[in-house]
Write a protein that binds this ligand. Structure first.
Ligand code: UDX
Length: 437
């Protein structure tokens, strides 16, 4: 099929490359020329496993190209909307300016029978407004809402074989025709048995924010338990294992520690609360305010723990921070808990050195005042405490005896509960973590 993908950031670049790998003819449209140039050379502008191969293959095979000109989308019959909807500055609500602009660009090329597919995360009610605008310009074009659930670090796999497809549309002959076209786009995954749910537009928009709110709630729940564990001497990792054996609860997303960050969970729960307020049902989501507060308290608690471990003050102390990405297998530093802790400790007078296998360049741009080291050895040299804040496999596998030879004082603060306390203590380290004795 001939497909266009508007917005070639994280979501769009992955979506475009994956659709081309399925044999579709794809053009990706973006307004940032450098991004388009890099993608046109088959280069991924961010770190995502498996993406570089797909991009290079698609571009070399001629099925995938990128452009800054929305006019290049005119041969396409299915237009995917993949722009980001970031948090507005100083407000909880989502900024829909990119989304609105992209819809206008699509309307300049749309033809009767075309399908516009929204994948961006939006406040519920947005799709209905966009549909009215689209049908005012081209009554025979249709809008489907088809939210994306991809996780950074697994984006290609999540796009090609998702857990489920959700198609939201207005039921009727035109909507059903549009859904059939989307079936053709996703034919491979559908024939592999990926479940598909067809809903109205409102439900499809809500599914995405509800899923992310649930995940955020799960993480904050276990982090609240960590606070209880700290007050009682209990161990939150054992608690999570024990409750996680119950199928109804499940062990996934119950890793206590520094909490969640990134470009989705924090802004999505805030935008959801803002939207509930506009709809007059803010009480339904007041618990998300608590979810957000528990999460932000983890960062404060981490700085307090560093102070405690250093004997009451971090002023002038050399502290090593392992990790600056918001999670492993990503170079994304948006709302990174690790960087937020590193910056706080520096503001409070510590001499902080941060390292990360992938995210240093991005981190340096955002936090130019922080100091960065390219290797673990460099970062920990002469440090009085090491803080493991992003659980990259290479950090989890560090050898306590080897590392001890490099530091000034062997103190390990495990912000992700990913190390074995007994092993580190046996090697002579003071080991501390959130929610563990
Ligand atoms: C999330 C959703 O998982 C995905 O479905 C949606 O499409 C986009 O938002 P992502 O932002 O890539 O994906 O990250 P995710 O893997 O969900 O992790 C989010 C944050 O939670 C990370 O900072 C991670 O470190 C933290 N986390 C995750 C925990 O603190 N504990 C856990 O048990 C799991």
């Amino acid at each position: 099929m001939k497909i266009s993908v508007f917005g070639c950031g994280y979501l769009g670049a992955v979506h475009a490359a994956c659709m081309a790998s399925l044999g579709h003819e794809v053009v990706g449209i973006d307004i940032v020329p450098e991004q388009v140039r890099a993608l046109s050379r088959g280069e991924a502008p961010f770190f995502e496993p498996d993406l570089p191969g797909l991009l290079a293959e698609g571009v070399a095979g001629g099925r995938l190209r990128f452009s800054v000109d929305p006019g290049d989308a005119s041969p396409a019959t299915v237009h995917f909307v993949c722009v980001n909807t970031p948090q507005k500055k100083g407000e909880y609500g989502a900024d829909l300016s990119h989304l609105n602009a992209v819809i206008e660009s699509i309307l300049a090329v749309v033809k009767p029978g075309d399908v516009i597919v929204g994948k961006s995360t939006v406040p519920v009610g947005t799709a209905e407004r966009l549909l009215a605008r689209i049908t005012a310009v081209e009554p025979e074009a249709e809008l489907l809402w088809n939210p994306e659930f991809l996780r950074e670090g697994h984006a290609v796999q999540d796009t090609l074989s998702p857990d489920r497809f959700v198609y939201g549309y207005v039921d009727g002959p035109q909507g059903r025709d549009a859904a059939a076209k989307l079936d053709e786009v996703y034919a491979v995954a559908l024939s592999d048995g990926v479940p598909k749910l067809e809903t109205d537009l409102a439900t499809a928009q809500l599914v995405k924010v509800a899923a992310n709110s649930f995940l955020a709630t799960k993480i904050s729940f276990v982090n609240a338990m960590a606070e209880l564990c700290e007050a009682t001497g209990a161990d939150v990792t054992q608690l999570a294992d024990a409750i996680g054996y119950d199928d109804r609860i499940g062990r996934k997303f119950l890793n206590a520690g520094l909490g969640f960050g990134g470009g989705c969970l924090p802004k999505d729960i805030r935008a959801f609360m803002a939207r509930a307020g506009e709809l007059g049902v803010d009480q339904a989501l007041t618990f998300l305010r608590e979810v957000d507060s528990i999460n932000m308290r983890r960062r404060v608690r981490m700085v307090d723990l560093a102070r405690e471990v250093c004997g009451g003050s971090i002023v002038g102390r050399r502290l090593a921070v392992l990790g600056s990405a918001f999670k492993p297998d990503s170079d994304d530093i948006r709302d990174s808990p690790a960087l937020s802790v590193a910056a706080q400790m520096q503001l409070q007078g510590a001499r902080v050195l941060v390292t990360d296998p992938r995210a240093i360049d991005n981190a340096r741009k955002k936090w130019p005042d922080l100091e960065f080291a390219s290797t673990v050895e460099e970062a920990v040299a002469e440090s009085e405490a090491v803080l493991l804040l992003t659980e990259w496999p290479e950090y989890v596998e560090l050898d306590p005896a080897d590392l001890k030879r490099l530091v000034a004082v062997p103190r390990m603060i495990d912000g992700r509960n990913c190390l074995e306390p007994a092993r580190w203590r046996a090697a002579g380290w003071t080991y501390r973590a959130l929610g563990r004795p």
